[in-house]
Design a protein around this ligand. Structure first.
Ligand SMILES: [Zn+2]
Length: 185
């Protein structure tokens, strides 16, 4: 069980479990290592339970993404095409409504985000794993990224824009999180 200690300008010890199961301890600068080891030993039971929960959560997440097999070049190409066919009509619809225009779209197999937008260049980026979401959740991602063509930050103004064109954005965001965590079928 790897234990990684980071010394910080903090007053107290704290501990968390990383996604890969590592135990990450934050300790005040100069804190004796023996005391840190003692602290970890005292919380052994908590650590084991937390690692188990983390690993189950990661397995569910992995199982979700595995529903879109991307083992071959052809599978990847097909997924890109299908994603494009899915999002293009949505982009066209909302660009008209919102009065914005993108300059290009990139697709990737990233699992860290559903989409992103570079306001300066007008380029949109979408994950091909959008194929695993219900359409209304995909639509929410599209509206979110197009809204970034108007407002780059997640400011109150940004949320006003999204709210105007996609009033169910909060619900869609929650549902997307729930699905990607592997809690829906
Ligand atoms: Zn955003």
């Amino acid at each position: 069980m790897p234990i990684i200690i980071t010394y910080r300008r903090t007053q107290r010890l704290s501990m968390r479990i990383a996604k890969n199961g590592d135990v990450r301890v934050s300790a005040p600068i100069g804190y004796p290592q023996a005391k840190i080891e003692q602290f970890v030993m005292q919380h052994r039971e908590w650590i084991e339970k937390a690692r188990e929960v983390t690993s189950q959560r990661q397995n569910k997440r992995k199982a979700f993404y595995a529903r879109l097999p991307l083992d071959t070049r052809q599978q990847f190409k097909d997924a890109v095409q299908r994603t494009n066919a899915l999002v293009m009509p949505m982009i066209e619809k909302y660009e008209k409504l919102m009065g914005v225009r993108h300059t290009g779209i990139h697709y990737s197999n990233t699992t860290s985000k559903w989409g992103s937008c570079a306001k300066a260049t007008g380029k949109l980026y979408f994950s091909i794993y959008l194929l695993l979401l219900p359409e209304w959740c995909v639509e929410h991602v599209v509206v979110h990224e197009l809204a970034h063509l108007i407002e780059p930050n997640h400011s109150p103004r940004f949320h006003q824009i999204v709210e105007r064109y996609f009033p169910r954005w909060r619900e869609a965001r929650a549902e997307t999180k729930r699905i990607a965590a592997g809690f829906a079928n």
